[in-house]
Design a protein around this ligand. Structure first.
Ligand code: 4NP
Length: 168
């Protein structure tokens, strides 16, 4: 029997800089490991200001330089996302606080994580907002997002194997 895919939603403020990059990087890591059938990946923002826009050109560029294509349009997170996604992954603590206020149950809250909690070099635990900074902010963002997404995928694959073993 086919396993249900693991559903992962990356969340930042505007859904044009950090979370589309995390979505694209994670998707590309999934593809490189030939796990496309096992993951559903999306991103959203806690704010609606940029809804409908393409990712910020600076994120598109840093992704492209690293062999990752970004696509999609920004959207604001909605209450059903908490049930529709197994993992709702915030870029910074402010995103996490906003998400906690939107969560409607302990089950919703249990889906919330900070991306850099998976980072082997977590720094202060956040992916800083690069929107008003210079280009090196986007390079640093790529490094942390790439490292954390690789570790997140390792974690999810280990967890999935645990689940499969427990079901036997
Ligand atoms: P993001 O970056 O949350 O990584 O998409 C931002 C994008 C837009 C704004 C702030 C952060 N803004 O204030 O419009």
């Amino acid at each position: 029997m086919a396993e249900d895919p693991i559903r992962v939603l990356f969340v930042c403020l505007g859904n044009i800089c950090r979370s589309p990059l995390a979505e694209g990087v994670f998707r590309s890591l999934v593809r490189a490991r030939e796990l496309e059938n096992r993951y559903l990946v999306d991103s959203a923002g806690t704010g609606a200001w940029h809804a409908g826009e393409h990712p910020d050109q600076r994120s598109v560029e840093v992704a492209r330089r690293n062999g990752v294509a970004l696509s999609g349009h920004a959207r604001q997170i909605e209450a059903p996302d908490f049930a529709d996604f197994d993992y709702v992954i915030a870029m910074d603590r402010q995103n996490l606080l906003e998400l906690r206020t939107l969560a409607r149950s302990p089950q919703d809250e249990a889906h919330l994580h900070l991306l850099r909690d998976f980072d082997p070099e977590p720094g202060d635990g956040q992916v800083p907002d690069p929107y008003y900074g210079g280009p090196d902010g986007f390079e640093r963002m790529y490094e942390m997002v790439n490292r954390a997404c690789a570790a997140l995928l390792d974690h999810l694959e280990e967890h999935r194997l645990d689940r499969t073993t427990n079901e036997k």
